[in-house]
Design a protein around this ligand. Structure first.
Ligand code: ADP
Ligand code: ASP
Ligand code: MG
Length: 412
């Protein structure tokens, strides 16, 4: 039987009624003759609640216990989905990550999937089971501990299953009907894309577009999974949603495909560090060891052998970064006068494959922000994106004005 992977995100399984609605969609595919692997997220809000419990209990928590706790939301929805399907007389059962087993690295809270053996689930398909409901977001480490794949990780579970089972398609059902030129919550001019290239989706996701987890796009690109994003609240059709696919499959596209943003950024500045060989290693080594994901980096011009070093990181890692820097200073590994954290910043980025062959795109971005009176604090660029760090209060304004300036509401 051909296999289909269907993933339902938090809002799509937020209540028992919504689970029933999602189960009906699964039933439609079973009736077409597919063996279906359903990947479920926790009910919406549930994972945030669990993360809150962890932070309230232990701010610099043991990540193994964090995973034991935050993975539990998915167990509930997997069981409920299996029960709902059984009520519809569709043969189904649930699987927690460790039961498959979804084998991951031991990087707790941010583990990578290493392997998904298919024999257990295939044996059940062989016995007449039609749907395997798998709890997304979770796996098991080589040490036998429960792991999680990072926030939004059920997308990655879904794509990894599609690759392992050689599925015909991986359908990601969510609360929007596809991938848009920017988050439709920020501007109603956002336009749904019929297709988007893997590379563009990868950048948009890594720069903050939460519609797909970055790692899921990476896996889909590597294993050539047909990945589709569509609404769990609308009627199904084979053309619905957005197909994430190879660049060659897309006939026409705008120079800028989309605008992404991330509001959870912090800008950290080490004031007056010695400007000497090895200083960057002395700073960013301990930060990496502490699990701080440094993104943008700027080193200022030095004066009398001393300089300021600025970097950005996710806002919830500021405490870790401060602790790592304080320890490095105490151990005489680095010397700085002060560490200043600016937690009122956001990152806004434009992304498009067309930027490879068009000059002046970044300049147009800067001019647009200038016209709106938005000050740019840090800039980074790559072949197909330009990102700026700005005051958070201007984030929506920046996204809307860039969306207008690059005329993203229109097809090229
Ligand atoms: P799920 O719970 O189904 O995984 P998410 O909340 O993780 O859903 O992702 C869907 C959300 O992603 C949408 O509600 C939308 O606000 C947001 N989003 C951000 N950028 C985009 C974009 N470019 N296109 C579509 N949705 C986007
Ligand atoms: N429930 C997890 C989260 O909220 C995983 C997911 O929904 O993809 O991050
Ligand atoms: Mg998600």
């Amino acid at each position: 039987m051909p296999v289909l992977v269907m993933k339902f995100g938090g809002t799509s399984v937020a209540t028992v009624d919504k689970i029933r609605r999602a189960a009906k969609k699964v039933g439609v595919e079973v009736a077409k003759g597919y063996d279906v692997i359903v990947i479920v997220s926790a009910m919406s809000g549930e994972t945030n609640k669990l993360v809150g419990f962890v932070n309230d209990t232990s701010p610099l928590y043991d990540a193994r216990e964090y995973d034991a706790i935050v993975s539990s939301g998915e167990n509930v929805t997997a069981g409920l989905m299996a029960l709902t399907l059984q009520e519809m007389e569709v043969p189904a059962r649930s699987w927690q990550g460790w039961q498959v087993p979804v084998q991951t690295t031991s990087a707790h809270a941010n583990a990578r999937i290493e392997e998904i053996p298919t024999d257990n689930i295939n044996a059940k398909f062989g016995e007449g089971m039609k749907v395997a409901v798998v709890a997304g977001f979770q796996g098991i480490s080589p040490e036998g501990r429960i792991t999680t794949l990072g926030r939004g990780g059920s997308d990655t579970t879904a794509v990894a299953f599609a690759a392992a089972f050689d599925a015909e398609r991986c359908d990601i059902y969510t609360d929007v009907d596809g991938v848009y030129t920017t988050d439709p919550r920020v501007t109603d001019k956002a336009r749904k894309l019929d297709k988007i290239a893997f590379e563009e989706m990868l950048e948009l996701a890594s720069l903050g577009a939460k519609v797909l987890q970055t790692r899921s796009v990476e896996l889909a690109m590597r294993y050539k999974v047909r990945l589709r994003v569509l609404s769990s609240f609308e009627e199904q059709s084979d053309e619905a949603g957005t197909l994430v696919c190879a660049e060659e499959e897309i006939m026409e596209s705008n120079v800028v495909a989309g605008v992404a943003f991330s509001r959870d950024e912090a800008k950290m500045t080490l004031i007056s560090v010695a400007d000497r060989p090895g200083i960057a290693a002395a700073i960013f080594g301990p930060l990496a060891e502490a699990g701080v994901n440094v993104d943008m980096i700027v080193q200022n011009i030095s004066e009398e052998g001393r300089t300021d070093m600025t970097f950005s990181c996710p806002i919830d890692q500021v405490a870790r970064a401060e602790k790592a820097m304080a320890e490095a200073k105490a151990n005489d590994e680095i010397n700085f006068h002060d560490l200043v954290a600016d937690t009122d910043v956001a990152k806004v980025s434009i992304v498009g494959i067309g930027m490879r062959s068009h000059a002046g795109v970044a300049a147009k971005m800067f001019a647009t922000l200038r016209d709106e009176g938005v000050n740019i604090k840090v800039i980074t660029t790559s072949e197909i994106k330009t990102s700026v760090l700005i005051d958070r209060k201007y984030m929506e304004l920046a996204v809307q004005s860039l969306h207008d300036a690059f005329e993203l509401e229109k097809v090229a």
